[in-house]
Design a protein around this ligand. Structure first.
Ligand code: NIG
Ligand code: FE
Length: 385
């Protein structure tokens, strides 16, 4: 197996859990890649020999971003809805049905091409692992094909048949479909099951039924909760021991206590608050309480059409009380934990060599230079892409 020494790294972020600092940073560092994995990290002066050498010229190297929440399988455009919102309309998630109509009308090839463009847009900004949900099909056929399309790009696919109740169905009928024939058709293409637990979407009992049905056939659970107001979602996710609960914008002290006790990851999606003019989630409160936090894009055509993890990091630092180190950790190791993964989000021996060479001497520039493209090189599984 051929080895490559990446050297002259001004600052290497490893996220090594055994390090003294949160990010396991090494200054004047090097890293050895063997095949698809990391074989060694440490000071450049102590680096072992390798078959090839790459000099990154005093740039910083970080683990690739792990974006644990996105809705990339869709067709159509909702820029008019965004413009109306910026002119004073509020976000009510009702526009989901517009995307559903466009998605149903799209061919498999159109959907695949669109996901491919978004995944490559993500990768060019440093995202090396992405989770992709269904949820804009809302028929057995359209949910199953959405997941089959998503599976071409990632193993981290999530069945979100319970996004909203489509026209022509009562909630009871639709939950029976989502937990019955639709689940049977979707489970072979999915790793996760999700529901949108929110007023106007699915209530606590309906969300519990959807999650339990998915878990019963071997999927793991995650949940959209407490995005538009306080509600039972976060506590439900904790009660069911889900890996992650996403949004967490409006939290009671009971919700925070439940997150602490359960160890469920709170995935914060600041692009949504940016794009809907809602208040940002209070990351500081969660971190101070001991909750594990992830950052993700929620890239979708309605509430947040950004694919940029660097933007999420910058917003988390500027608007949510996170330090630059906490935000980068949440966008890498935090996202990995939110997907139950320990092979990504870290650059430690044995981990997958997914990394970003930044056009910067330190990771702090991700927040210090918002909006600036700082991705110099992206490596996936040991190779530059
Ligand atoms: O995560 N919250 C529910 N679903 C998406 C938005 C969907 C849409 O508006 O199209 C979200 O924000
Ligand atoms: Fe979402």
């Amino acid at each position: 197996m051929s080895s490559t020494l990446i050297t002259n790294i001004a600052e290497l972020v490893t996220n090594d859990p055994h390090a003294d600092d949160l990010l396991g940073t090494v200054q004047d560092a090097a890293l050895v890649v063997e095949g698809s994995t990391v074989a060694w990290t440490g000071p450049a002066a102590a680096a072992p020999a390798a078959d090839q050498q790459v000099d990154v010229g005093g740039r910083a190297v970080i683990p690739g971003f792990v974006d644990s929440h996105s809705h990339l399988v869709f067709a159509g455009d909702r820029s008019a809805e965004f413009a109306a919102r910026m002119a004073g309309e509020s976000y009510a998630a009702g526009g989901i049905r517009t995307t559903v109509a466009a998605t149903r009308a799209a061919t498999d090839e159109q959907l695949t091409g669109h996901v491919a463009r978004l995944v490559s847009e993500m990768r060019s900004q440093g995202t090396t692992t992405v989770e992709i949900k269904s949820g804009y099909g809302l028929t057995v056929h359209d949910e199953a094909r959405s997941l089959a399309v998503a599976r071409q790009f990632t193993e981290e696919t999530t069945y979100l048949g319970a996004h909203v109740v489509p026209e022509g169905w009562t909630p009871e009928e639709y939950v029976a479909l989502v937990t019955g024939p639709m689940l049977a058709a979707c489970a072979p293409h999915a790793s996760w099951v999700d529901a949108f637990c929110e007023t106007g979407a699915f209530d606590e009992d309906q969300s519990r039924a959807v999650l339990r049905a998915g878990i019963a056939v071997g999927l793991r659970g995650r949940l959209h909760a407490n995005q538009l107001g306080e509600g039972p979602g976060v506590r439900l996710a904790c009660e069911l021991g889900l890996t992650a609960v996403d949004h967490c914008t409006y939290l009671s002290s009971d919700d925070v206590g439940a997150l602490v006790d359960s160890g469920t990851i709170a995935t914060l999606l600041p692009g949504v608050e940016f794009s809907t003019r809602q208040p940002y989630p209070d990351a500081r409160r969660l971190l101070d309480a001991g909750v594990r936090v992830a950052l993700a894009s929620d890239c979708n055509p309605g509430s947040c059409y950004t694919s940029s993890m660097p933007l999420c990091v910058a917003l988390a630092v500027r608007e949510m009380g996170m330090t630059a180190a906490e935000a980068l950790y949440a966008a890498t190791a935090g996202g990995a934990a939110a997907l139950d993964r320990d092979d990504v989000g870290v650059l430690t021996p044995g981990g997958r060599a997914d990394l970003v060479v930044l056009e910067a001497p330190t990771f702090v520039h991700l927040a210090y230079r918002p909006g600036v493209p700082l991705t110099s090189q992206v490596w996936v599984a040991g190779r530059p892409v």
